[in-house]
Design a protein around this ligand. Sequence first.
Ligand code: ZN
Length: 291
Amino acid sequence: MKLPSDIRIGVIGGSGIYEMEGVSRIKALSISTPFGNPSDAFMVGSLKGIKVAFLPRHGCGHHLLPSEVNYRANIFGFKTLGVTHLIAITAVGSLQEQIRPLDIVIPDQLVDRTYQRESTFFGNGIAAHVPFAQPFCPVLSARLFTSASSSAIKVHNGGTLVSIEGPAFSTQAESKLYQKWGMDIIGMTTLQEAKLAREAEICYAAMAMVTDYDGWKQESEAVSVKTVVFNQKKNAACAKKIILRLVPEIAGDRHCLCADSLNGSIMTRMDCINQDTRQRLFPLIEKYLMK
Ligand SMILES: [Zn+2]
């Protein structure tokens, strides 16, 4: 089956994210990539006449741990479909008093505390170093903030997200340490997605849905799956409304750093890149091979 390559907008989040009012003509697309299989089939639908690809990050029925998610295959799959803008919905804990459960944060910074994940498409015949000082697309993040702000929920513009390996939640000592470091929220999946999206020249912004106060707040109820799932469900309807408002606002033209992040980032001389590597990374490096 020939895959479509004209889908510009992607949404990655929980199971059933495509089940929203206004999304029609849904079909499942299974994609295999040189990096293995994505978490699940992509659900492609039309939202106000705009094609959108949805992917449940943890697979059907949430069977993948954050360490088991094939981030490379997921992002490569979106790239293959032609996606230029990717919106991530993710559950996080709060490390700051003023960021309350059920608030939304649009983070602008990341700190990596993961240690057993593939975080790059490069290597094996090609070296590249993309800029990552601003890990989220500032333009898409600003649009996401505007769309989210028109809901009744409190939305925080900016914040630092620390990505931990998991799957256990952090200890109280770790939680307090991250707080002392100035981190605002804590999650398990955003770092790799943001980094790989940047390598794939995809604009990436995250809508972090706060489910709990992590472990630092002694007087609050300890973070548990029960609390996280309960608050996630509460937030899901709101997240869908925000996506519905946001999608038509995303313009086709891109004037941000993400659109050409590989420009000047590939260290390897083009004539030294072997055929296998060229083929493997073709959707990513196609426009630079001609130079
Ligand atoms: Zn961008």
